[in-house]
Design a protein around this ligand. Sequence first.
Ligand code: NAG
Length: 263
Amino acid sequence: MHFSTLLGPVALATLTLAQTWSSCNPTLQTCPADKGLNVGYYHVDFTRGADADWPMILGEAAYDQDGVAFSLAGPAPGPTMESDFYFFFGTISVVAKSAKGAGIVSCVVLESDDLDELDWEWLGGDATQVQSNWYGKGNTETYDRGGFHPIADNQDTFHNYTIEWTPDFTRWYIDSELVRTLNFAEAVAPNTYPQTPMRVKMGIWSAAETGNAGTIEWAGGSADYSQGPFSMNVQSVTIVNQNPATSYTYADFSGTWQSIQKA
Ligand SMILES: *[C@@H]1O[C@H](CO)[C@@H](O)[C@H](O)[C@H]1NC(C)=O
């Protein structure tokens, strides 16, 4: 599932930060540099409260001993948080508990300005599995990218969801157990392996808000808010950045990792 569908036309019209459509796609035009994560090791603990590196780009969040909570109590655009920095290859671990409620989707999405993407997605109607997904350069020609991974009780228990992202392969882990590998060579078409600096979005959304029948069916129907509110919690995010830098710039329109310049 692409992050675009979750925001819906109304949100997209009002939310300039919402990517997937990208405000400046560096494979099509020259774009400003992206703010880089300038440390090799980064950790944020949301049980201590809000963090300036992680602004909300849609809706609001609450903070307590379970970390940050993204909640929906009725039909509304989904509360979404986004890192204000990008990182460029490395490992990201998110300790999270997904939201209940058929029709509610919890997500952790890594996305670049030229629409390379790596995802975790949890459906509120199914507490027993998580989906992994990836896109390269916004290519949605095939829908065989999704993976399904059993994980018991992901709505009531925190688990550690990790993506190890390298130039040669991407691996998804749950509680340190490898559940999926995507190799560079498996990615279709030239340069569609995810390989450009990414930032991180996290949050929940209601499939019904998209107005898209396929999305609503995928998510298990329209949410029944009499069973809500529905909340996803994130305790912490840890990132090991392979290429710490103040900024990342695309030196040409190729969208290859080799074209990324660090400053
Ligand atoms: C999450 O899993 C990764 C990968 O195994 C590990 O390196 C990291 O220490 C774990 N984080 C937590 C908070 O358990």
